[in-house]
Design a protein around this ligand. Structure first.
Ligand code: ZN
Length: 298
């Protein structure tokens, strides 16, 4: 090891949670406002973080403002605990928050920061889920002016967004949005639920967990508080539907590793180069595999 590196780590003293106390307080105030007005995009002074915007700086600032030394943290990226984004964020939090426990176990975590997935394991009232958001405003695809978008949100005017969905149906016979599906919160504001797949959108509805969304680059925080209605935009005759993972024989594909038939699947290739499907949530997959092998051995 480079001796200078040791010297550096000894000499550098971070404030707990990297951010200064004023910055954390401001984020907490924005969180409280976001909880009071479900789905409202609350502006905040997003701080510079020692990583590029777009790498989860919004979610990270939420996590660092909420975390305490007794917290148990889980960080996931696309369902996996060991992907590059998740590992880097976890290491950074471990470095700047001494005493915090980190885990891969969804049940054990009190605070979960995630990119693009909501865990398969049902979350509880004692947990907080933080989602990283690249683009917070669902209206951006129909209105470039933020000032006008604010008025549209305030008036609950989502007619142009609904027209966009209708155009999809005319052109492709269905709504083609795979991720970032616009979802109406508490019968008013429509949010971009971050790039979670459609499969995860129903998990927002009346969830016992507080779900927070942080967009660092766009400087916005919004929330779906516990037990709040979250309804994806759809039409009476064209209802919302999730990915079904039905194969050509009309059968639900199982996970190739654990055999689960109720989880969101990632497409991958097996050793022979053939297409295979595996749980995207690695902790869920391990748990199912473990309970299956235990059941077989007993
Ligand atoms: Zn699996």
């Amino acid at each position: 090891m480079n001796p200078n590196y040791e010297l550096c780590t000894d000499e550098v003293a971070y404030n707990f949670g990297f951010l200064d106390e004023y910055a954390k307080r401001e984020v907490r105030r924005a969180i409280l406002k976001a909880i009071c007005i479900p789905g409202y995009q609350t502006p905040y002074a997003s701080r510079e973080m020692p990583m590029g915007r777009g790498f989860g700086t919004g979610g990270l600032q939420l996590t660092l403002s909420l975390i305490g030394p007794r917290e148990t943290l889980k960080v996931i990226d696309q369902g996996a605990d060991d992907s590059v984004n998740a590992v880097n964020l976890r290491q950074f939090i471990e470095l700047t928050c001494p005493g915090v426990t980190t885990t891969e176990n969804t049940r054990a975590a009190t605070l979960i920061q995630s990119r693009h997935r909501i865990p398969e394991q049902e979350l509880t009232e004692d947990q907080i889920l933080v989602l990283q958001v690249p683009y917070p405003d669902p209206l951006v695809i129909v209105e470039p002016s933020e000032r006008k978008r604010k008025v549209m949100h305030g008036e609950g005017d989502y007619s142009r967004l609904l027209t966009k969905l209708y155009e999809d149906i005319v052109r492709f016979d269905e709504i083609t949005i795979a991720h970032r599906y616009p979802t109406r919160i508490a019968s008013h504001y429509v949010i971009d639920p971050s790039p979670i797949p459609r499969f995860d959108v129903p998990k927002l509805h009346r969830s016992p967990t507080l779900i927070l969304f942080g967009a660092g680059r766009e400087r916005k925080i919004y929330a779906v508080p516990p037990y709040t209605e979250a309804v994806p935009l759809a039409f009476v005759d064209v209802p919302f539907r999730i990915e079904s993972f039905i194969d050509e024989h009309g059968v639900r594909r199982p996970c190739a590793r654990c055999g689960a038939t109720g989880s969101y699947l990632d497409e991958c290739f097996d050793a022979a180069g053939a297409k295979a499907y595996q749980c995207s949530d690695s902790d869920w997959c391990n748990e199912q595999l473990h309970s299956r092998t235990e059941g077989a051995s007993s």
